[in-house]
Design a protein around this ligand. Sequence first.
Ligand code: ADP
Length: 344
Amino acid sequence: MKMKRKSTIFHPLFIFIISQLAWLSLLGLWIYWFVSNYIIFNQVGNRLAPQMVPKATNIFALVLGVCLLLFLLLGMYLIFSFLNRQRQITQLYDNFIANITHELKSPLASIQLYLETLNTREVPLQRRQEFLNLMLQDANRLQNLINNILQISGLQKKINVYHFSIYNADALISQIIKETEQKFKLSAGKVRITGAANKSIVADVNALKMVFDNLVDNALKYSMNEHPITVHLAAHVQNVVVEIIDRGIGIELNDQKKIFQKFQRVYYSYSPNVKGTGLGLYLAKEIVKYHGGKISVYSRGKNTGTTFRVEFPVYHAKKKGYIQYLLKLTQKNKEAESEEFEDE
Ligand code: ADP
C-alpha cells in the first residue's frame, strides 16, 4: 500500500515560520499604530497627567522592550536552526537506512550465491579457493560495517572501553596497514608505506584499526581501485602525522567539512557508483579525537585525489596531560576488570 505524503502546508517547519511571521507582523502593526498615534497620545497625555510617566521610566521601558524583542528574535533563530538541523539529520538518517540496507544485503546475497554454487556444483579446486576468498572479503566487509555501528553506538553512550598503551608509531601503523591489506585481500603494491616518524604515541590498537580500515577502504573505493595509495609517516615536534594519499575523484572544497558528519555522503556527477553509509569518517574523527589527535582532509577538487591527514600527539614520559590521563584510565579499567575476574 502506498503511504499518502503529508501536504507541505502542514509541515511543522512551515507552520513555525508562518506563526512567527504572524506575530512579527502583529508587532509591526502595533508599532506602526503606536508611532502614527504617538503625537496624539503625547498631547493627550501631557494635558491629562504629565507627571504620571516620568521620562526615565519611558526610556527604561523602551530599552527593556527592545532587549526583550532581541532576545525573542535570538530565541526564534536558535529554535529555527535547531529545527533545521533536525530536519537535515532526519533526511540523512533516511538515506542511511536506504544505504545500510543495501550494504547489509549485497555481501550477504553474494555469500549465499557462492555457497549455493559450491553446494550444488562440482567446482574446480582453484575456483573454489577464489570463491572462498571472495566470501571472506564479503564477510570482512559485513564485520567492518557492524563494528562501525557498534563502535558509534558505544561512543554515544560513552560505554566503549579502550586499552591505551605506548607504541612506536612506525611499527604500529605499518602493522595496522598490513592487517588492513590482509583483511580486504588487497594485492601487493596496492598500499605503499613511506616516511618514518621515529616517535612514540599512545593508542588503542583496535580503535586505530577501525580508523585506518575506513580511510584505506575509502581511498581505494573513491579511486575506483585503479590507483595505488600511499600511507606517509612523518613527525613534527609535538605530533606524529600519518597521511593517506589517493589519486581518486577528490572532494570539492565546500564538502570537505561536511564529510566528517554522521551519515553524510557526498555525490558528484562523476562519482563512481560506490555504496557506503556515511559513518566511516565520523567514526574515524571521534576515535582520533579520543586519542587527543585530529583528522583533516586536503583536496583540490574534481579528480585531483585526496589526502587525509591524521595527527597524534607524541608521547612524552615526563609531560603530564591528557595522554597520561588515558594511560591512567586504562590502568584503572584493567584493575577493575581483574577484580571482576577474581570475584567470578
Ligand atoms: P561512506 O560510507 O559514504 O564512504 P564515509 O564517512 O567514509 O562514508 O565518507 C563520507 C563521504 O566522504 C563519502 O560518501 C565520500 O563522498 C567522501 N569521501 C571519503 N573519502 C574519500 C576519498 N578518499 N576520496 C573522495 N571522497 C571521499
